[in-house]
Design a protein around this ligand. Structure first.
Ligand SMILES: *Cc1c(COP(=O)(O)O)cnc(C)c1O
Length: 215
């Protein structure tokens, strides 16, 4: 895939209705590509790896970018967090949420987060199982240093996006049930289906930036 065959970005933006947001996933992509996309008007960028992310926020601190963290977070890395991220999408346990909350309170910050739900109950994917999350919801809500704005999911990578529709529907239903209206779902492979099912944040990497470097 060409990097920003220009058309990719404008075509994506055209498909968005109010309340649907494009998150440009820039993990393992060079700074220059972020600068180009930002110059075209993109404000929200997402990274997976805390150290790489923090490095990029420093290098690009003069740009009005809102940074999002979407990758799994090791608990011993939470100490690195300051107010780098507008949103963290990958909170996948109550324990992690508590740590982030404590850290945020320490620096006088309210960290906005999404709770990552593993709807397909795949052993290899991170995310809380739905039942476990429902049991713990009151405890999540009680944490003072975080604000839970919504739910995130990363369904099985199927070449057939239609197969992921049931998971997007399920996340929407769970969000409605708890009055959580932000839904972070859909990647380059299946964002159209995710938008149809109520995504408010689609996370697009490859389609915007081209193939990324290997970690
Ligand atoms: C890398 C990544 C994406 C972007 O995937 P693409 O297929 O490149 O669009 C979205 N969400 C998460 C959690 C990711 O790790």
């Amino acid at each position: 895939m060409e990097f920003l065959g220009d058309s990719a970005f404008s075509a994506l933006v055209k498909k968005l209705k109010p309340k649907q947001n494009l998150l440009a996933v820039s993990k393992l992509q060079p700074i220059e590509k972020i600068e180009i996309l930002h110059a075209k008007g993109q404000k929200n960028f997402a990274e997976n790896y805390i150290q790489e992310a923090i490095e990029k926020t420093k290098v690009l601190k003069n740009l009005d970018i809102e940074w999002h963290l979407i990758g799994p977070i090791q608990k011993n890395k939470v100490k690195l967090l300051q107010n780098h991220f507008a949103y963290i999408h990958s909170v996948d346990s109550l324990e992690l949420a508590k740590k982030i909350s404590e850290k945020a309170l320490e620096i006088d910050y309210i960290q906005k987060v999404f709770i990552q739900i593993n709807l397909a109950e795949e052993a290899t994917k991170s995310g809380l199982q739905k039942a476990e999350f429902l049991n713990q919801w009151q405890q999540f809500k009680g944490l003072k240093g975080i604000e839970v704005v919504g739910l995130m999911t990363m369904p099985p990578l199927e070449n057939d996006a239609e197969k992921n529709r049931i998971y997007f529907k399920e996340l929407k239903k769970l969000g409605d049930q708890l009055n959580l209206h932000e839904l972070s779902m859909g990647t380059s492979q299946d964002y159209e289906v995710a938008l149809e099912e109520g995504a408010t944040w689609i996370r697009i990497g490859t389609m915007l930036f081209g193939e990324r470097l290997k970690k």
